[in-house]
Design a protein around this ligand. Structure first.
Ligand SMILES: [Mn+2]
Length: 313
């Protein structure tokens, strides 16, 4: 991995006018990684911007810059983007110079790739890249990186957390990251809409196969009822795998007329990435997703059929 880190660091150090691309439905990791690089590059006088096909969630307001200058970007760098389809249509047509990511499968056709699926968050990699560049870490940079790591690890409790994750988080705290306030904002404090949405998800959770699997559909009506927007949904998928004894929890979110996105969370032995691969999706071992079309009953049956094979054969 060291060579890829070095290469990424050298690319960023020797180029200017960089556009950093985040994935659609942006989370703390893609935004934290992109804005950390943004602050690092602008602090040494480079022109740089962050772009995302979806609106930036209010929740991460503290990471966003007060002002951005207008310029024509020359180089495109993707952050935490596993699949080209996670970029906007216009962004998909760009040429990519560098891709920094931590997903098991990554299909971004970039000239340089810095991809390590052992990293719990892309922000771990971004930290190593910036460190290699010899960047002086200001408060904004460390808060962004810490945010990416704590959110992508579910506050340091997912199976992807390594001792390295803790080491990097500790170094970020030593550099001034506001761990307490960031974790409070990310994990303790919830909007009323979020709590309402959680209540509806729990209420609508269905149990299958001796309560080893759960499925919940999150419809537009439920979102409306809760007063939730898309960003409120981030992290909701982990509720389905919470009940004791559940191995696979699947949250199926309505995306349009007969269009759904399934988020799969697994507890110990079902490979979520492999399971989702069957439906043309992907992700990590314990968290992955796929898109699926059809009416709700058909989708449920298809998922249940596949679950049966995955769990009991
Ligand atoms: Mn990530």
């Amino acid at each position: 991995m060291f060579d890829e880190i070095k290469q990424a660091a050298e690319f960023l150090a020797t180029h200017d006018r960089i556009r950093l691309l985040c994935h659609l439905s942006p989370d703390g990791d893609t935004l934290g990684g992109a804005f950390a690089i943004f602050y690092a590059l602008t602090s040494i006088g480079k022109q740089c911007c962050v772009e995302c096909g979806d609106p930036l969630p209010q929740k991460f307001q503290y990471m966003y810059p007060n002002q951005v200058d207008d310029f024509e970007p020359e180089h495109n760098v993707t952050i935490d983007v596993a699949d080209i389809g996670l970029l906007s249509d216009a962004q998909q047509k760009l040429k990519f110079s560098l891709c920094i990511d931590h997903h098991e499968r990554n299909n971004i056709p970039a000239k340089y790739k810095c991809v390590d699926s052992e990293a719990a968050a892309v922000c771990e990699l971004v930290y190593l890249v910036l460190k290699h560049m010899g960047v002086s870490f200001n408060k904004k940079i460390v808060d962004c990186l810490y945010t990416g790591i704590c959110t992508d690890t579910g506050c340091f409790k997912f199976s992807n957390v390594s001792s390295k994750t803790h080491e990097i988080a500790a170094e970020l705290m030593d550099l001034g990251a506001d761990a307490y306030n960031i974790n409070f904002k990310m994990f303790t404090q919830k909007s009323i809409a979020r709590l309402e949405l959680e209540r509806l998800v729990i209420e609508n959770l269905e149990y299958f196969y001796d309560s080893k699997c759960t499925i919940v559909f999150v419809t537009d009506d439920m979102m409306k009822l809760a007063g939730a927007d898309e960003s409120t949904f981030d992290g909701i998928a982990s509720i389905a795998v919470c009940p004791e004894g559940v191995e696979v929890g699947i949250t199926v979110k309505e995306k349009g007329l007969n269009e759904y996105k399934a988020s799969v969370r697994t507890n110990s032995f079902v490979d979520a990435s492999k399971f989702c691969g069957y439906f043309g999706g992907g992700g990590h071992k314990r968290a992955a997703g796929f898109k699926i079309c059809g009416d709700r009953q058909t989708i449920k049956n298809e998922i249940l059929d596949r679950l049966k094979k995955e769990m009991f054969c």
